[in-house]
Ligand binder design. Structure first.
Ligand code: BJW
Length: 252
């Protein structure tokens, strides 16, 4: 049996024997759906500086440029569908019921499309916008949006912005509180497709470990979490998660 096969069995054993499962996902879980990651091969930040598109300062300086970046992603995102990793995570939620929380850094909505419901989108959602004048947030499916998108209530001159969390901005307090509670309550944490560079998500593993949880990581490469995980499954999320799930359900 290969080392990775052993890790898959170990991951299935940890999840299968746990009472409360927390799943934390990043861009890698959507890579197989055609959504580019931020870092690494093909990552967005290889060709564009996040300081130019993912900060409030950038938006204040040049909102049209920032919107062109998000419009491109919305246009690409509209044709992306959940992959077997999103679907396996939604199936795990069905198994655990209320003893399950999915914390995602992704803004692409693919977990919801796969059927996930107990989900905390800590970096927001690209299909939602917020008015910079009245602060109202709403779903906006017009795609692409005009080069100068304005609030549907306030009108001309009242810019809307993507309802996502940029660098230097604080995360929604209630979402972060609920994420921390779930991480403290879980006895297994499954981390999928995140580089582990961005805070506060980078600290989730510490919170869960401190509370006694066992940790599984699925990634195509090593991450800063290496020394902390109990089972490391090396490979694509869309291939590895269904294999782990079938071990748990006994169908594999
Ligand atoms: C696969 C795969 C496959 C590929 N299968 N795997 C403490 C210390 C130091 C700095 C800070 C700190 N606290 C806060 C900061 C500052 C900052 C930060 O973390 N900076 C770091 C870069 C050091 N954090 C913030 O500003 C946060 N705010 C905050 O903490 O408020 C309080 C505060 C403010 C200021 C100062 C101090 C405190 C907000 C962070 C917001 C991040 N925003 C973005 C953009 C969101 C909107 C958008 O989408 O446009 O969020 S940046 C980008 O990175 C995006 C992602 O959600 C996030 C994380 O990326 P992720 O998901 O990990 O993706 P990648 O691309 O990095 O990795 C993909 C992984 O998948 C790789 O490992 C691949 O190998 C793998 N993979 N294919 C499985 N098929």
């Amino acid at each position: 049996m290969s080392d990775n096969e052993t890790s898959i069995l170990c991951a299935a054993e940890i999840i299968g024997n746990s009472r409360y499962l927390c799943v934390s996902t990043g861009a890698g879980v959507s890579a197989e759906s055609g959504v580019p990651t931020f870092r690494g091969a093909g990552g967005k930040w290889n060709t564009i500086d996040p300081e130019d598109v993912a900060t409030y300062e950038a938006f204040s300086r040049d909102p049209e440029f920032v919107w062109s970046f998000y419009n491109d992603r919305r246009v690409n995102g509209a044709s992306c569908r959940p992959n077997p990793a999103h679907i396996a995570i939604a199936q795990l939620e069905k198994r655990f019921g209320d003893n399950f929380t999915l914390i995602t850094q992704n803004v692409d909505n693919l977990h919801r499309e796969a059927g996930s419901e107990r989900i905390l989108e800590i970096h927001g959602n690209i299909w939602r916008v917020r008015c910079t004048c009245c602060n109202i947030e709403y779903e906006e499916r017009t795609n692409p949006l005009p080069a100068r998108p304005y609030c549907k209530t306030c009108g001309e001159g009242a810019w809307i912005r993507p309802a996502v969390v940029w660098f230097g901005e604080t995360l929604d307090f209630d979402l972060l509180y609920r994420a921390n509670k779930a991480l403290e309550s879980c006895d297994a944490l499954l981390i999928v497709g995140t580089s582990g560079y961005v805070y506060p998500a980078a600290e989730f593993i510490v919170i869960a470990k401190r509370s006694g949880a066992r940790v599984i990581e699925i990634n195509v490469e090593e991450t800063p979490n290496a020394g902390f995980v109990d089972a490391k499954v090396l490979g694509k999320a869309g291939e590895m998660l269904p294999r782990i799930l079938s071990r748990i359900t006994g169908e594999g």
